[in-house]
Design a protein around this ligand. Structure first.
Ligand code: TYM
Length: 343
């Protein structure tokens, strides 16, 4: 069966949207609108797999939505919504809890990282998180999923779940005339110079919402002064910049800053080094500050303007959810028939 080309991706509303989220995901969401029908989801049910203060959660859901819109996602041509408003996510996740194997989830590195040493005290939701993520994508039978590199393993699991469901239920799928595969194998779209943006303080750690040091990341709401100060303080080494990408290999901090520049300028690391190779970091950092402020400043101020109008944001989410529900209900109707539920 040929699947309609469709993009799905999600961002957790768990505070501090940063440059990694923007370059690895949101900027690419914007670009994909020209070629695909897209669904962009604020995954609030994923966020509560670790404790979230209810007042802060609401604020963050609206803030991520504002970031989507401020970056250039058009909620009238595509679908922008929050996960908890479409019950199909939870329903399909349950079916997938019964398809995925314990052994598969035991291999998930993000669970191990997030649960840390106190595994016994992690929520069951955190453990089953990847099944909900598979449900997000497959509820819309999405074919393409733009994400940062850290989501690669979750996408592989999604493909395994789709395949096992298709195999386990193949007689039922055929009987219902739904072709030979009900779910597609979604393609992860991971790439570009900023698929993995690293911490500004430590080139071996990824830039993350939860890093205790605010200087480790550029937040989308940072003003020009904060961006300038964080870039100037970013860790580097004493050597001048190399003249080609090969020379970046043993220098993770330099590689990170060059990758950020390339992604913000819509170019490649090679081209950036053609301009800055052989020069001092101070010159390069000044150019990076100007570029980052020019690209992120307007997004940050538009986000602030939008979050000041929660009524508008909530309306966008309600409208998106009602359109998402139509697609979700269709898939869930088929899934219930395939599994053998009476409806
Ligand atoms: P989340 O909320 O942690 O991050 C949102 C997106 O930002 C990307 N990202 C990065 N990219 C490059 N460098 C970084 N340092 C960096 N940090 C984060 C992430 O890869 C992601 O694309 N599990 C997902 C949310 C999710 C989802 C989905 C994604 C739930 N359901 C279905 C795609 C499809 C997550 O925690 O992303």
């Amino acid at each position: 069966m040929a699947f309609q080309q469709r993009v799905f991706s999600g961002v957790q509303p768990s505070g501090n949207l940063h440059l990694g989220n923007y370059l690895g995901a949101i900027k690419r969401f914007v670009e994909m609108q020209a070629d695909y029908d897209c669904l962009y989801c604020v995954v609030d049910m994923h966020a509560i797999t670790v404790w979230q203060d209810p007042v802060e959660l609401k604020r963050c859901i609206r803030e991520v939505t504002a970031a989507f819109l401020a970056a250039g996602i058009d909620p009238t041509k595509h679908i922008v919504f929050n996960q908890s408003q479409v019950s199909g996510h939870a329903e399909l996740a349950w079916v997938f809890n019964c398809v995925a194997r314990l052994g598969w989830l035991n291999r998930m590195t993000q669970f191990k990282e997030k649960a840390g040493k106190d595994r016994e005290n992690a929520s069951v939701g955190l453990y089953a998180y990847p099944n909900l993520m598979a449900a997000d994508i497959l509820l819309y039978r999405a074919t393409h999923v733009p994400v940062g590199e850290d989501q690669k393993q979750h996408l592989e699991l999604t493909r395994d779940i789709a395949q096992k469901f298709n195999n386990d239920f193949s007689p039922s799928i055929a009987e219902l005339g739904l072709g030979d595969a009900f779910f597609p194998q979604p393609e992860p779209l991971i790439g570009g110079p900023a698929a993995r943006v690293m911490s500004l303080r430590d080139g071996s750690k990824k830039m993350s919402k939860s890093d205790p040091s605010d200087n480790s990341r550029i937040n989308l709401t940072d003003d020009a002064d904060a961006i300038a100060s964080k870039v100037r303080k970013a860790k580097t080494d004493p050597e001048p910049l190399p003249s080609d990408v090969e020379g970046l290999k043993p220098r993770p901090e330099a590689e990170n800053l060059v990758g950020i520049y390339a992604a913000l300028a819509d170019t490649t690391k090679d081209k950036v080094l053609a301009d800055f190779g052989g020069g001092q970091f101070s010159t390069f950092k000044s150019a990076l500050v100007d570029l980052a402020v020019a690209r992120l400043g307007p997004i940050g101020s538009e986000m602030k303007r939008l979050v000041a109008d929660p009524g508008y944001i909530d309306g966008v989410l309600r409208d998106g959810a009602s359109r998402a529900r139509v697609l979700a209900d269709e898939t869930m109707g088929h899934v219930k028939d395939i599994v053998g539920f009476v409806r």
